[in-house]
Ligand binder design. Structure first.
Ligand SMILES: Nc1ncnc2c1ncn2[C@@H]1O[C@H](COP(=O)(O)OP(=O)(O)OP(=O)(O)O)[C@@H](O)[C@H]1O
Length: 608
């Protein structure tokens, strides 16, 4: 006999094998056919035999088995057993085929041999009882699941906040909830099974079935009540089998509340966007840079030229000379003025944080990293300008990373895997001698040359004492607003003291000296005694300023300046804004000059 496991490869193999070895061979020898019957023949079980090429050779049903068992004359081999089977094989064949499809896993197979042990076919056993018990169990479970689902769906459909109606492909109502019935003023009996137009003659649901197109947020008026509704087709396997209508709000009052909330949210969003834009905006223009001495004018001209290019800019100069002010003005004077302006103080950020601050980090980059990661300053500055202040304080490893960004024009977040292209103009600033640092190898030369494309050196205040009066008066006006004071000006003697001081802290120091002074002064003018002692002392030691009287040079320059101002005003027919532009000075400076030269409106009308 061929090995059973060659024929059967299912998990039941153990069980079947035991049947084969214990029961079937012995059925014939040891009269165990009744056991087989008990095992398989309790109720509607079948034993059928297939030939090796799959033909149904015979079937043993309950009756046959009973006969076999009852006659006590046992067949000698399976072939004999088969011979006792009813002959209506055709009927059995179709039943068995159908059931076998369902019952595959419950069919047990044993080989059938003739007397000489030659393989005749396969004897298959299955238990309908087992099957029914299992199927019933499964059906019960499915029934319970379905019941639960129905209860859930009923709760969803029958909620007091929205109406729902469902029609079939013939536009007959198949489902409607109480909210909808109430809105229509009809009973469920009057609705179910009826054509939707009998309930509501103008319903557009049949149109949805025809076109297959959904409608969103439509108005629906019924019995003087207004609703907002959506209508949509119901599809199965791509075919439209119905449509549904669903109210979006309990009533229009609620819809208005929702609309108001939405508007409010949109307004809030607009506000915060604007606030963010303000934060990331450059605050100063070239007009805000005060100075008319040749040095500062030349510097402003150079910066204006830099603004028109896309090149990187390196601003150098002592602390407080206005490097940040210039960076703002360059951004605002450039084609990127509508993009963001992002400032990073490289000295203020701890070395280990600078990389993630500049390039951002990916989600999960380190413990405590924010969900979704965080964009770095370079990403925030995209399509705008990044201002890297105190660049000389950047460590060598960070310099290398910055160089790579400049060369490849892309950044990669810390812990990230995908580089991201950026379009950023870089303005850097330092009050240290960067070139000396390059010589000392504390600053990378390749990075230096990349940053130093447009080099702008800002003059110290010492180098332009003539601007001090202008700057001081400008600041008094500005500080009056900030401090809510009414200081009208600075006396000539006080100006002389300011001009003779060396201003190591440059314009920032001048600003803070004036703020301190204006906070304590009670008079309308600032006199020498109001100024800090160290400033007053500076004039004592200054021979140059002792008993200073106007010399011929002063007189000449003064008169040349007056002529220039008048000439500009004549050319612009008295338009001061245009005249200031011609002269290349700020409007406020022109007004000061007019006062200085006694050019009030009466005099001007005579002179022009
Ligand atoms: N020419 C100027 N006209 C008007 N205000 C100026 C001018 N220069 C500098 N200031 C003012 O002086 C203060 C210091 O300027 P800023 O911060 O730009 O200097 P800085 O060179 O960047 O300083 P630091 O090197 O210390 O960062 C600011 O309030 C700025 O507005």
């Amino acid at each position: 006999m061929c090995s059973f496991s060659n024929l059967v490869s299912r998990p039941e193999i153990d069980r079947v094998e035991s049947i084969v070895t214990l029961n079937f061979p012995k059925v014939y020898k040891d009269r165990k056919i009744s056991e087989v019957y008990l095992e398989f023949g309790q109720s509607y079980n079948f034993i059928y035999v297939l030939s090796l090429d799959g033909k149904l050779l015979g079937v043993l049903d309950q009756t046959t088995m009973m006969q076999v068992a009852g006659h006590n004359s046992l067949p000698k081999h399976a072939g004999e057993l088969i011979g006792k089977a009813p002959k209506c094989l055709a009927m059995y064949s179709s039943i068995i085929e159908a059931l076998s499809l369902f019952l595959k896993e419950r069919v047990y197979e044993v080989p059938v041999t003739d007397e000489e042990g030659r393989m005749l076919g396969v004897l298959k056993l299955w238990s309908l009882f087992d099957y029914l018990v299992r199927m019933l169990g499964e059906s019960q479970q499915e029934l319970n699941d379905a019941k639960k689902l129905i209860v859930t769906l009923e709760t969803v459909v029958e909620n007091p906040y929205e109406g729902l109606i469902v029609i079939d492909e013939n536009s007959h109502v198949v489902m409607i909830n109480n909210f909808y019935l109430e809105a229509l003023g009809i009973s469920r009996e009057e609705a179910l099974g009826h054509h939707i137009h009998e309930l509501t003659p103008h319903s557009e649901l049949p149109e949805i079935i025809r076109t297959g197109k959904a409608q969103f947020a439509e108005h629906w008026t019924v019995r003087d009540r207004e609703f907002m509704i959506i209508r949509a087709p119901i599809k199965k396997d791509g075919k439209i089998i119905g449509a549904f209508g669903k109210t979006l709000f309990k009533d229009m009052g609620l819809a208005h509340v929702f609309a108001r909330k939405l508007n409010q949210l949109e307004d809030d969003l607009k506000f915060y966007k604007e606030e963010l834009r303000k934060i990331h905006r450059a605050s100063y223009d070239f007009e805000d840079i005060i100075g008319e001495g040749p040095k500062i004018i030349a510097t402003i001209n150079l910066a204006q030229r830099a603004a028109r290019t896309t090149s990187n800019v390196l601003l150098t100069g002592e602390s407080g000379t206005g490097k940040e002010l210039f960076a703002h003005a360059i951004h605002n004077g450039s084609s990127r003025c509508h993009g963001p302006f992002i400032k990073v103080n490289c000295a203020a950020i701890p070395e280990q944080l600078l990389e993630s601050e500049l390039f951002g980090y990916a989600e999960g980059a380190f413990t405590g990293a924010r969900k979704g990661g965080k964009p770095g300053k370079f990403e925030l500055a995209n399509h705008g300008t990044i201002f890297l202040d105190e660049i000389a304080d950047m460590s060598l490893p960070m310099q290398a990373k910055l160089l790579r960004v400049i060369q490849e024009l892309e950044i990669e977040r810390v812990g990230g895997t995908r580089p991201c292209k950026i379009d950023v103009r870089i303005i850097t600033a330092t009050n240290r001698k960067l070139y000396d640092m390059v010589q000392e190898r504390t600053f990378r030369d390749d990075l230096f040359y990349r940053l130093n494309v447009m080099a702008i050196e800002l003059p110290s205040l010492r180098e332009r004492p003539d601007d001090i009066e202008l700057l001081a008066n400008f600041m008094v006006t500005k500080l009056n607003q900030k401090l809510e004071t009414n200081v009208e000006g600075i006396s000539c003697e006080a100006i002389q003291i300011l001009q003779s001081y060396s201003w190591p802290g440059n314009v920032r120091e001048l600003e803070s000296v004036l703020e301190r002074t204006m906070n304590v002064v009670d008079e309308s003018f600032i006199y020498p005694e109001h100024l800090p002692v160290q400033l007053r002392q500076s004039i004592v030691g200054s021979d140059e300023n002792q008993g200073r009287r106007p010399n011929r040079m002063d007189v000449f320059l003064n008169s040349a300046e007056k002529d220039l101002v008048l000439d500009a005003l004549r050319r612009t027919k008295g338009n001061k804004v245009k005249a200031a532009k011609i002269l290349g000075i700020h409007r406020s400076v022109l007004y000061k000059k007019l006062t200085k030269h006694g050019l009030d409106s009466e005099t001007l009308s005579r002179e022009l």
